[in-house]
Design a protein around this ligand. Sequence first.
Ligand SMILES: [Fe+2]
Length: 279
Amino acid sequence: MTGIEIIATTSSIGAEIRGIDMATASDEEFQLIQWALLEHHVVFLRGQHLDDEAHEAFARRWGDPIPNPIVAKLEAPVAIGVVYNDAEHPPGQDNEGWHTDHSWASYIPDIAILRSVTAPPNGGDTMWCNIAAAHEALSPALRDFLSELTARHDPGPRFALEMRARMPADVADQLLEAFPGTDHPVIVRHPVTDRPGIFVNPGYTRWINDVTPAESAVLLELLFKAIAHPDHVCRFRWQEGDVAIWDEHATLHRGPNDFAPARRELRRFTVGAAEPSAA
Ligand SMILES: [Fe+2]
């Protein structure tokens, strides 16, 4: 393995891997990508220019691609997810906050592999934060208190509107019934490294259970501030053909709405499905 470089984006999160062609990566190179992901939580491989088949073939080296839980309920589920925006399809105004993908379901993906098909000329970056580093920055007393708590996650106030706008009424009703929201521990344990991390997000977490509404609001505000602290965040500027791979159990991500009305297309496979477990 000569000519491979791993360049950390920050000391807390992110690394660019240079010198590996994902389409032809050897087992040794693949293991290096896996190691780098555990170490850096999100890794970037530029200029890969994969097509859907090569993207899926790479994803399968981690395990079976799992469709989004909503898509999985449809008659013909497809594993690939497409994020597409242009002047007629502007990015959402209220759903782009920090989140773990579909934390409103009982399970979350292990890994997400996202590639850029069309990059906007300006903006359209993606950001990730390190939930274990954010947890470590809290005081031991607060960490102990939070470790006993669970929080409610749901798909959000616009979920019903969106489902009814996009699906036949009976399918929308079934989906609304299937995903009423779920509870997860506020502090979760990483399934491989055992590191504890903060598992609430402004995208999908509604309240913390077993405390008063006022206490929940204050705690969530504090935790949302903790996860978004610039010390634990990295940001990636996409160029066409680039790939980002992230660990859903170690990070949250968000995409600022700063590129409309330009066209942007990203395609994604997620692999694995695990219920977040308490630290
Ligand atoms: Fe996402």
